[in-house]
Ligand binder design. Structure first.
Ligand SMILES: NC(=O)C1=CN([C@@H]2O[C@H](COP(=O)(O)OP(=O)(O)OC[C@H]3O[C@@H](n4cnc5c(N)ncnc54)[C@H](OP(=O)(O)O)[C@@H]3O)[C@@H](O)[C@H]2O)C=CC1
Ligand SMILES: Nc1nc2c(c(=O)[nH]1)N=C([C@H](O)[C@@H](O)CO)CN2
Length: 235
């Protein structure tokens, strides 16, 4: 029996696509979700283990970690995908916003990685940790400042954990730019956003799925960032 892959925030979009792809390859999957949806039921029907977790509070993080540790004594990989793309101007209390962004994007991966160190190294496979960061980890974002800062913090954790866990665990960031639009995005927004990259395409979730498999199959990549940005950095 293969060792499971843990994916946080996998009830929709990129996380769901990654979970489905691993299940297609008969790789066991453990997911966390915040909001129950038909997609969670479908993953469960396909054999995934599902854990309800809203990472907004320390208690919820502690409970989720206890469940994750108890489910299996070893893990093949951990993919930190759960995320909230918060707009600064929509939050009155900036202390709360920055604390929330750092909690979900940096504290949760930090706590889970430390809690699973033994689970990731007590077997004879080289394990993977993948941090879903963002193109803005290096550029900042004028509308999503706290979000961008927390993604930069997450990328810095990639560097630290890569040094701490080598050679038993590879640790890398996947830094997407626009992979998928959101429900409600206007045609005007879509047209403008599409032209931000050189390739002017919005590839969809499979671009992240391919990056995940590439990193997990690599024998020589750690401490790196896979930039999925369509050449946006050159525009
Ligand atoms: N999509 C894109 O184009 C881009 C994505 N990325 C990054 O890639 C990753 C996946 O992106 P995408 O699929 O769009 O992400 P989503 O915006 O769909 O969020 C992923 C999941 O995070 C969960 N989540 C949100 N807040 C919390 C919370 N407080 N506690 C626990 N879970 C929470 C949601 O759970 P639920 O739905 O169950 O409530 C959601 O399913 C993210 O880390 C994102 O920042 C970066 C750049 C571009
Ligand atoms: N948690 C999320 N993070 C991000 C999302 C998203 O939908 N959920 N979307 C983006 C945008 O696609 C952005 O990259 C467009 O420039 C960024 N992060």
């Amino acid at each position: 029996m293969s060792l499971p892959v843990l994916i946080t925030g996998a009830s929709q979009r990129l996380g769901l696509a990654m979970a489905e792809s691993l299940l297609d390859q008969k790789i066991p999957v453990v997911i966390t979700y915040r909001t129950y949806k038909p997609s969670v039921a479908s993953l469960k029907e396909r054999g995934a283990t599902v854990i309800q977790a809203d990472f907004s509070t320390e208690q919820a993080i502690d409970r989720a970690i206890a469940e994750i540790k108890a489910i299996n004594k070893s893990y093949r990989a951990v993919i930190h995908n759960a995320s909230d793309w918060a707009i600064d101007d929509k939050y009155e209390n900036k202390d709360q916003l920055m604390t929330y962004m750092m909690r979900i994007h940096a504290l949760v991966p930090y706590r889970i990685n430390l809690a699973l160190e033994t689970h990731l190294t007590n077997h004879n496979l080289v394990a993977d940790i993948i941090h879903m960061t963002d193109y803005v980890q290096e550029t900042g974002s004028e509308k999503h400042m706290a979000y961008a800062a927390s993604k930069a913090a997450l990328h810095n954790l990639t560097l630290s954990f890569a040094k701490r866990l080598a050679p038993k665990v590879k640790v890398n960031s996947i830094a997407p730019a626009l992979l998928m639009f959101n429900d409600g995005d206007s045609d005007h927004y879509k047209e403008k956003a599409r032209t931000k990259s050189l390739l002017e395409v919005v590839p969809g979730a499979q671009e992240a799925v391919k990056a995940m498999h590439y990193l997990m199959q690599s024998e020589y990549i750690t401490g790196q960032t896979l930039h999925l940005d369509g050449g946006r950095h050159l525009k």
